[in-house]
Design a protein around this ligand. Structure first.
Ligand code: DQA
Length: 146
């Protein structure tokens, strides 16, 4: 099984940015944790992070041609604004789980809006970086059903 983990803007700043919301783990630590988890489960995982909306759309489209089985995506602030990312996920028809490290539903009102949600299998929020591992479990169970 092939899983692609996509992180949007400012997630490369994990460990530095607002630790009260995002904790102290760095982006490199997050990737290492996901990689080890996937190794145990014999899942082929790859990573992509960008601060640019179009680059995120390009990567989602590329996943179609690369025959990716599942996408884990934390679109960062683009969650709340991007119809383009929603359309990209709809276009590729790859099961996608939306992840947020922080409790988006308990923060500012604008963070309660998610465009991507309507195309996602589900949304995991407020579980810190463990949310990414939960998303991988969901995608792997779904893949086994097929
Ligand atoms: C986030 C929540 C978003 O509102 C924010 O813009 C982010 C990170 C999260 O992981 O909790 O960049 O997606």
């Amino acid at each position: 099984m092939k899983i692609l983990v996509i992180n949007g803007p400012n997630l490369n700043m994990l460990g530095i940015r607002e630790p009260e919301h995002y904790g102290n783990e760095t982006y490199a630590m997050l990737l290492d944790k996901i990689q080890k988890y996937c190794d145990q489960k014999e899942i082929n995982v790859s990573f992509f992070q960008s601060n640019h909306e179009g680059a995120l759309v390009d990567e989602i489209q590329k996943a179609y041609f690369d025959k990716v089985d599942g996408i884990v995506i934390n679109p960062g602030a683009y969650t709340h604004t991007s119809v383009a990312i929603l359309d990209a996920v709809k276009s590729v028809m790859i099961p996608t789980v939306e992840v947020h490290i922080s409790k988006v539903n308990e923060r500012e009102d604008f963070r309660k809006i998610s465009y991507i949600r309507q195309a996602a299998v589900c949304c995991i929020e407020g579980k810190g970086t463990d949310g990414y591992l939960e998303a991988i479990d969901i995608l792997s169970e779904k893949n086994n059903e097929n």
